[in-house]
Ligand binder design. Structure first.
Ligand SMILES: Cc1ncc(COP(=O)(O)O)c(C=O)c1O
Length: 377
């Protein structure tokens, strides 16, 4: 039986045509399509007063965000331990120290009251990440950040298209970032973006994403390069390529159908799983988010047997995530009370979700979960 994958990118004829056109154009590096992608993303998010800078991956966006706020070795950045490895590595890459915070049981996003207890004289920033269909308490983080003079890096890799209290994600944070990797809600094959407030930040990011070169983006966005430039700062080869931007542009055009499809699939999941007492579904009706994942929580002793049962019945599952402090590299990272993170790390399970998943597939997956728990009684 062919497996229903956890993730499946939406690659249709439009993406293939866009890729062919881009390859035929012959300007493979950063060029016109990147500028168009940034404009289209800005337009989609509705952040007219902000600036969008496209980069090669979400991890690159996080690393550049850490560089942008000029962290120094020994500075501390508070992040949920229940987060993607990319965030931890970005902190480490600039010589700063991650400090791990717990999450809230209901949203699986940072517990701001616990975060406040972790603040020291070395704390310079806090990462706030919206987990899947849940948005974090951005107002509480903004209050805390203002009180302690902290920068906020909003990891919105899961939250493109979602709203926080009526405000579109990307319109309200200090620094916001997105990922367009192969499995995200929309993909550029690989890609990322930062949303910042000032022209000064844009100039720094433009140079840092281009190994420090001060070539004006306006020239490059005409599929040209400037031959006179200076190198003013440390940088990495983190720019987005035309081919990737061209694919991202076609994906962005589909955001409304992607959102609607994913919302309906998640609503069906929650409805069909509602009767199983061992299964906890997300506390969301999905109406104001574009879900990236559909996660459930099951008692820890059932997670692996359930995964095996589903696998044997043609359903792939994933685990997002193993908490940061469970990894060898990060086991000694300073942290506060991790009661919720340590619990959910053993319970969390991602079910298949993609922008074309059918009701038949969701129903079949839920039937299998139901029969597992009947069988396991
Ligand atoms: C929350 C979060 N942040 C950052 C990233 C990193 O993005 P990328 O894979 O584009 O480097 C991911 C990727 O899965 C993610 O889930």
């Amino acid at each position: 039986m062919s497996a229903i994958p956890v993730f499946k990118p939406l690659i249709e004829q439009e993406e293939i045509d866009a890729a062919i056109k881009s390859l035929e154009m012959g300007w493979l590096g950063m060029g016109a399509s990147v500028g168009q992608f940034e404009d289209a993303l800005k337009n989609y998010i509705g952040c007219a007063d902000r600036h969008v800078v496209a980069v090669s991956t979400g991890h690159a966006a996080l690393h550049l965000a850490m560089m942008l706020i000029e962290l120094e070795p020994g500075d501390e950045v508070i992040t949920p331990s229940f987060n993607n490895i990319a965030d931890f590595q970005a902190i480490l890459a600039v010589g700063a120290k991650p400090v791990f915070c717990d999450v809230l049981e209901d949203t699986l996003c940072i517990d701001v009251s616990k975060a406040e207890k972790l603040i020291s004289s070395k704390t310079k920033a806090v990462i706030i990440m919206d987990y899947d269909c849940c948005t974090a308490d951005h107002d509480a983080v903004a209050i805390m950040a203002a009180k302690y003079n902290l920068r906020i890096i909003h990891d919105a890799a899961h939250a493109l298209g979602s709203y926080y209290q009526g405000k579109k994600v990307g319109t309200f944070s200090d620094i916001c970032m997105f990922s367009f990797d192969p499995v995200k809600t929309i993909t550029c094959i690989d890609g990322g973006a930062l949303i910042v407030k000032t022209q000064e930040e844009v100039t720094a990011l433009h140079e840092m994403r281009l190994i420090g070169m001060s070539q004006p983006a306006t020239v490059m966005y005409e599929n040209q390069r400037a031959w006179s430039y200076d190198v003013n700062r440390l940088g990495f080869r983190y720019h987005m390529a035309n081919l990737h931007a061209a694919i991202g542009l076609t994906q962005l055009n589909k955001m409304s159908e992607i959102t609607e499809h994913r919302q309906k699939a998640c609503q069906l999941y929650s409805k069909l799983l509602a009767g199983i007492k061992e299964v906890k579904t997300p506390k969301s009706d999905f109406s104001d988010v574009t879900p990236f994942l559909y996660y459930i929580r099951v008692p820890s002793e059932h997670r692996q047997p359930l995964r095996d049962y589903l696998k044997n019945n043609g359903v792939d599952t994933g685990v997002h995530w193993k908490p940061g402090h469970w990894f060898a590299l990060l086991k000694d990272v300073q942290r506060g009370d991790m009661a919720v993170t340590d619990k959910i790390g053993n319970e969390i399970l991602s079910l298949p979700l993609n922008s074309k998943i059918t009701n038949v597939e969701v129903t079949l997956i839920c039937k299998n979960i139901t029969s597992y728990f009947v069988w396991a009684q």
